[in-house]
Design a protein around this ligand. Structure first.
Ligand SMILES: Nc1ncnc2c1ncn2[C@@H]1O[C@H](COP(=O)(O)OP(=O)(O)OP(=O)(O)O)[C@@H](O)[C@H]1O
Length: 562
């Protein structure tokens, strides 16, 4: 799913099951889900009473998603938060908060059943022990963030090998609580009441002095969360024995720095920063129904105050979107008529001031409104539904937080140094590999030599046979040459005899001069036409058509070697 397909605001409602205790005390269920988007809440009237507040009623509300009592933790995570996680890695912000009355199931939805004492491994173990997945939104989101970072790292590694450049991911975590209108760092319990600072230019609110811890895995974050939860204010109230008395805000910031070498001289760095804020709100409560007193009553008043401020902000933000634009038909002028828009008063409480940048617009918003089905909690559940119904109107346009910066000279020098170091390392590795290959090649060559020697040894008899043939032919050649010389002598004698006795008449012109030195080579090829001692012998150069016998003798140089 691409970032554009993911809704900017998701308002979901989850109804928790009736607890055993509630069932034992005869509580009846007053709300249920129809389809997967509608919640129906019914109020039983008091018989024979005529006041409006005493009459029965049925109300129907529609939401983006409505989870019935049977919905599992996995289902809730998959349909609300799962698709938003990749957008955090792309540089978008998102805020998830669980809203609802005390004991409605907010902490269960955000953390799961094992909220404080368990490490991440124990979470996973328990999941399989019980056979029912019970991991809440926070652990599942963290696990997905690190899983996706790992996948992207692998993809980038392959890309950088081909195209150059580099990238890095850093994840930091902060965890705070807003208790009695004071901000406390849950990762640094010694910290005093921290103050909020607003950067008017960037439009962001940050907590000064808040600790941000670098983390490398989901386990790291959950271990921090466990430590933080031990410092969080919880207490037993008449509505919930393990009631969160503060709003807890866990923020996970994912920073991605990627350097691309667009050209050799202008490497660019792109930094994206996405933030996921996960908020487990303290539960609203009616003082009359909780019968709290003393410190619990003060806590409750502060919780209600901040939740009221949050309700007002949501009201104001949803009203802003109901701007009415009308055009008077009788006038050429366009007249805009606006409805009354309440001002968003973020500063009314620490909680809303802190959430300003999340609520104001450039951040996706997921609100999970938790309700109890018990008829005794009808008022709280109905208020929660009305609250969530209003939040549906909030319009948000999320913005990607990416900074593209041409690198400074120092950054470039550092970058190049780093790359050179990597290249040097690679070179050393290649050299080492080459050494091994050279060694192997040498071994192979020796092997080939050995094979050749073996092969030659096998062909020795053949060589010997050839040598013998050559010797024989050389001998024959020498004998023939001797014979030729002998015959030449004989010829010379015959010539001188015939010169003395009679003239010679021949059809061919025969030179009576001694042979020219250049014809000495031809001598060997002079063939006697006839060899009769009684008749004069005529010698002539053999014609091409009649090859001489001598020319058939193979000419083999004695110096030839095999
Ligand atoms: N969906 C659910 N399935 C099973 N049990 C649930 C579910 N939701 C809540 N519970 C149980 O109901 C009890 C109250 O839930 P939880 O503590 O999460 O409420 P809360 O809204 O966080 O309350 P508070 O605001 O007081 O902290 C817990 O024991 C919890 O395990």
């Amino acid at each position: 799913m691409s970032a554009e397909d993911i809704p900017n605001v998701i308002v979901a409602v989850r109804i928790r099951p009736l607890s055993l205790d509630e069932q034992n005390h005869g509580h009846r269920s007053c709300c249920h889900v129809v389809g997967d988007q509608t919640v129906i809440i019914e109020k039983e009237g008091i018989p024979n009473r005529h006041l409006k507040s005493q009459r029965g009623s049925t109300n129907e509300y529609g939401f983006d998603i409505a989870f019935p009592v049977e919905a599992t933790q996995d289902e809730v995570y998959d349909r609300t938060v799962k698709n938003v996680i990749p957008t955090i890695l792309d540089g978008f912000n998102a805020t998830i908060f669980a809203y609802g009355a005390t004991g409605a199931g907010k902490t269960h939805t955000m953390m799961g059943k094992h909220r404080d004492s368990k490490s991440y491994d124990e979470f996973i173990d328990d999941e399989y022990e019980d056979g029912v997945p019970d991991t809440g939104i926070i652990p599942q989101s963290l696990s997905d963030i690190f899983r996706l970072i790992h996948i992207r790292q692998e993809e980038e590694k392959a890309q950088h090998e081909n195209e150059g450049g580099s990238s890095s991911w850093t994840v930091t975590v902060s965890y705070l609580e807003v208790y009695n209108e004071a901000i406390r760092d849950l990762l640094n319990p010694k910290s005093k009441n921290l103050s909020l600072r607003e950067d008017a230019q960037k439009g962001v609110v940050h907590v000064s002095g808040l600790r941000h811890v670098d983390v490398a895995s989901a386990t790291d974050v959950l271990d921090l969360l466990r430590t933080g939860n031990c410092n969080r204010r919880t207490g037993a109230t008449s509505a919930n024995k393990d009631s969160s008395r503060s709003h807890a805000v866990l923020q996970v910031t994912v920073k991605h720095t990627s350097t691309t070498l667009l050209s050799r001289h202008s490497p660019n760095a792109e930094i994206s920063e996405g933030k996921l804020s996960m908020i487990d709100l303290a539960g609203s409560e009616r003082a009359s129904s909780t019968q709290n007193s003393g410190i619990r009553l003060t806590e409750g008043a502060n919780i209600n105050k901040s939740l009221l401020a949050l309700a007002n902000c949501i009201n104001a933000l949803s009203s802003t979107t109901q701007k009415v634009m009308r055009r008077r038909s009788d006038s050429a002028l366009k007249v805009k008529e606006k409805r009354f828009i309440p001002r968003t008063k973020y500063r009314d409480s620490k909680l809303t001031h802190l959430l300003k940048s999340s609520l104001e617009g450039d951040c996706r918003l997921i609100m999970i409104a938790n309700i109890s089905p018990s008829h005794t909690s009808f008022e709280e559940s109905h208020n929660t539904l009305k609250y969530a119904n209003r939040a549906k109107n909030i319009k948000i346009r999320p913005k990607m937080h990416v900074v593209t910066a041409e690198m400074t000279h120092i950054q470039r020098a550092e970058k190049l140094e780093q790359e050179n170091a990597n290249l040097r390392k690679e070179l050393a590795e290649v050299r080492a590999k080459r050494k091994t290959i050279d060694g192997n090649v040498l071994n192979s060559l020796n092997l080939v030599d050995a094979k050749r020697a073996k092969h030659n040894a096998g062909s020795e008899p053949q060589t010997m046979h050839l040598r013998r043939t050559i010797d024989r032919l050389e001998r024959e050649n020498k004998e023939l040459q001797d014979k030729v010389r002998e015959m030449e002598n004989e010829l010379g004698q015959l010539r001188s005899q015939s010169a003395r006795s009679q003239p010679i008449s021949t059809p061919n012109k025969v030179s009576d001069k001694s042979p020219h030195p250049s014809s000495a080579r031809k001598r060997a090829s002079l063939v006697p036409q006839r060899h009769l001692s009684t008749h004069p012998v005529v010698y002539r150069t053999p014609s091409r058509q009649t090859p001489s016998r001598l020319s058939l003798i193979p000419r083999i140089s004695t110096g030839s070697k095999f």
